[in-house]
Design a protein around this ligand. Structure first.
Ligand SMILES: [Zn+2]
Length: 349
């Protein structure tokens, strides 16, 4: 079968090639790939900056934002042939650490977790893949191709749970949420906050294209420019850019008692001139919490599937802005100005 593979840490090694059928030891459920979403992590792996091949192999099958159709559910599974499923990405570490021992692999403490398509387990960019039944999430069949948005949705479902958990430390009556960055994560964060009945604001650099309209259609307010000029103090800021200036501005802009949840990863950039002690003083005097959030455990996958199932299909469909065939995977990895979520499409949903 065909798969998109890469030799991690070696740029320019990604290719579509023939690989053996998936080994039954990878899971009893056999799945036909429908689509796989592409994100910044995939680009980093292809550029040789990140990623680990499975033990005793040199190449890794790419892809962690999956959607597939069950071909064979195996002997002990609640799934049926034809069900649409999405594969959970992370597996607990083998030690396991206390968090992995209780199923909170998203909070793994020793870093020895593994991840499909990223860290030591093959991903989902192959014509067929296998998965353990307990890691296959069945989705609402009416979502069709939009099920490919489930994995990014789990990231925001966890982030939102973190915000709520922090908020509960005191009387918590949040009103306004600011999301920085209107990429897939930012837009899905806005969706989940909207579903919780909050007033939503989304800020991004662009002034035109699909993002402002998607924000408005959601019933939210779009801002371009600096966080400093939004004209109010958000109770919650979900930071999805990873950009130093936006993070610094967010720490300054958040309301007293407010929470800044960081979901973006970045590096370097220019130094923004926010002395750390000054930032800490503001955080102290306003009882702010800055919380980082990554990955998702099964509870978040469940919540994300519920949230996605409730969302407007027409709006979700506009997030999947481009589809490419597996032969054109390189094009899928190249960012174009109007892109939101690009997917590699293996079969009809
Ligand atoms: Zn662990």
């Amino acid at each position: 079968m065909k798969a998109i593979t890469v030799e991690p840490k070696k740029p320019g090694t990604a290719r579509l090639e023939d690989v053996p059928e998936p080994d039954v030891r990878e899971g009893a459920v056999l799945v036909e790939a429908v689509a796989v979403g592409v994100c910044g992590t995939d680009t980093e792996i292809v550029e040789g900056k990140y990623g680990w091949a499975p033990p005793s192999k040199t190449r890794l099958v790419l892809g962690h934002e999956s959607l597939g159709r069950v071909i064979d559910p195996g002997p002990a599974s609640a799934l049926k042939k034809g069900d649409l499923v999405v594969g959970i990405v992370r597996r607990p570490d083998p030690v396991p650490c206390p968090n992995c021992a209780v199923g909170e692999w998203d909070m793994c403490r020793n870093g020895q977790y593994t991840e499909r398509g990223i860290k030591q387990i093959d991903g989902f960019m192959s014509e067929r893949w296998r998965i353990e039944p307990e890691y296959a999430m069945k989705i609402d069949a009416s979502l069709g191709l939009l099920g490919v948005l489930l994995e990014p949705m789990t990231v925001v479902a966890k982030a939102w749970e973190q915000v709520q958990a922090v908020g509960q430390r005191a009387l918590w009556e949040p009103r306004a949420v600011l999301v920085t960055g209107a990429g897939p994560i930012g837009l899905l964060a806005a969706l989940i906050a909207k579903q919780h009945g909050l007033e939503i604001h989304v800020l991004d650099r662009v002034e035109s294209g699909p993002k402002p309209q998607l924000v408005q259609t959601l019933g939210a307010t779009y801002h371009s420019g600096r966080v400093a000029s939004i004209g109010f103090q958000p109770d919650v800021i979900v930071e999805c850019t990873g950009a130093g200036q936006v993070i610094a501005d967010s720490l300054n802009a958040v309301a007293a008692g407010g929470v800044v949840c960081l979901t973006g990863v970045g590096s370097g950039g220019r130094t923004v001139g926010l002395p750390l002690a000054d930032a800490a003083t503001q955080i102290v005097l306003r009882n702010n919490v800055v919380v980082g959030s990554v990955n998702a455990n099964k509870r978040h996958w469940y919540k994300a599937a519920q949230a996605l199932g409730r969302a407007d299909r027409v709006w979700l469909a506009r997030l999947v802005s481009r589809r490419e065939r597996p032969e054109e995977f390189a094009r899928a990895l190249e960012r174009q100005p109007e892109d939101i979520k690009v997917v590699v499409e293996f079969a009809q949903a």
